[in-house]
Design a protein around this ligand. Structure first.
Ligand code: ADP
Length: 371
């Protein structure tokens, strides 16, 4: 069995999982790195402690989650000095995410100089989206000069759950069309035709598309000009508002869907409206991806909200029976893997995402290692 360590380094945290083949040998989370009372003074110390603790005998690879791969990284890539420099150059595209990953990569390469390391990018699965799904109708000189384009995120999750959906249905991946809905704190939709991504809702950054925990998702971009000119907010303040105080948090004060649902049950009108906005946006994306794909075999829910909220799943797909989309109430309440009625033209699935496992697989593949 090939042993692979998966690291997901954020700005102040390290999530880790050690795999023996597909089996999880160890996992955990180191938090508040660099903060007072935190688990470690810096990433180096956090990783050093971790590696002293873990049994890394026979470790064949380290897989690092990297959020932004830009235009260059369209697949998992074995890390060299040059790759590290290229990831560093992408920081302006992902200022909140790439620096943490880089710090983790640098520290791990020093601590484990003889173990090959692989960067696995959240953007890579979306590299197959055709240009008409990547570019916006914006002045092409600006587009080219400033590299304006959609990248999309949550790629490892969309890749994993779309493949798992085909497995669940017993159909070849290459012949299965799936709409995947990754609904966690961040949320995105993807249209996957025969294993290749054709559309996704996040854009150049993770701000666009679905309504999220604290991000607004799609808005009329003129809101930004209006808030600047009329309300006098700075660009940074507007960004902060749309990314940290938007979404469910902005609409209700609570970013956690469990809390929104509790308030909904208690009859809170703000929660009711927020829930309606959230689920209507989902339905709008499902409809547009149905039209893009033409034939859809399955719609798959995943991540914290998608895997657990029967209420969100039912409301998101309500009224779509004429399109062959049904949700069986009992199956939905049980969080069954398939929640549509038997024989329905479109299967509706709930597939728990396994991003770390997918990263381990990608790392093995990049190094041509056996499972
Ligand atoms: P992240 O996007 O941070 O990786 P997750 O995919 O774990 O996180 O999703 C976290 C979110 O899932 C929480 O903020 C919460 O809103 C939602 N969630 C978790 N459990 C439930 C539940 N039982 N019902 C509704 N929402 C849930």
């Amino acid at each position: 069995m090939t042993r692979v360590l998966v690291l997901n380094c954020g700005s102040s945290s390290v999530r880790y999982r050690l795999f023996d083949g597909t089996e999880v040998h160890a996992k955990g989370l180191i938090q508040q790195i660099g903060e007072e009372g935190g688990d470690a003074a810096d990433h180096r110390e956090a990783l050093q402690n971790l590696m002293d603790r873990l049994d890394l005998s026979g470790l064949a690879a380290v897989g690092h989650r990297v959020v932004h791969g830009g235009e260059r990284f369209t697949e998992a890539t074995v890390i060299t000095d040059e790759v590290v420099a290229a990831i560093e150059e992408l920081i302006p595209l992902a200022p909140l995410h790439n620096p943490g990953a880089l710090t983790g990569i640098r520290a791990t390469r020093k601590l484990l100089p003889d173990v090959p390391q692989v960067a696995v990018f959240d953007t890579a699965f979306h590299a197959t989206i055709p240009p008409e799904g990547v570019l916006w109708a914006v002045d092409r000189e600006l587009t080219q000069r400033w590299g304006l384009r959609r990248y999309g995120f949550h790629g490892t999750s969309h890749a994993y759950v779309s493949r798992e959906t085909a497995r669940l249905l017993g159909t070849p991946v290459a012949e299965t069309n799936v709409i995947t809905l990754h609904l966690g704190n961040g949320a995105s939709a993807a249209a996957v035709r025969g294993g290749r991504c054709e559309a996704t809702s996040m854009g150049m950054t993770p701000l666009s598309g679905l309504v999220m925990g604290t991000r607004s998702g799609d808005i009329d971009p003129s809101l930004v000009f209006h808030l600047h000119r009329v309300a006098g907010l700075s660009v940074d303040e507007i960004e902060e508002s749309l990314t940290r105080r938007g979404g469910m948090a902005g609409l209700t004060g609570a970013n956690d869907m469990r809390e929104v649902e509790q308030r909904l049950t208690a009859g809170d009108p703000d929660a009711e409206l927020a829930f309606a906005i959230y689920t209507r946006r989902l339905r709008e994306y499902v409809g547009s991806y149905l039209a893009l794909l033409g034939r859809v075999d399955a719609i798959t829910f995943t991540a914290g909200v998608g895997e657990n909220s029967a209420h969100v799943r039912a409301a998101a797909l309500a009224g779509l029976e004429p399109l062959g989309i049904t949700v069986d109430e009992a199956r939905n309440q049980r969080n069954d893997l398939i929640i549509s009625a038997d024989g329905a033209p479109v299967a509706v699935c709930v597939v728990p995402t396994e991003e770390e496992l997918e990263i381990a697989d990608e790392a093995r593949k990049a190094l041509s290692l056996p499972a």
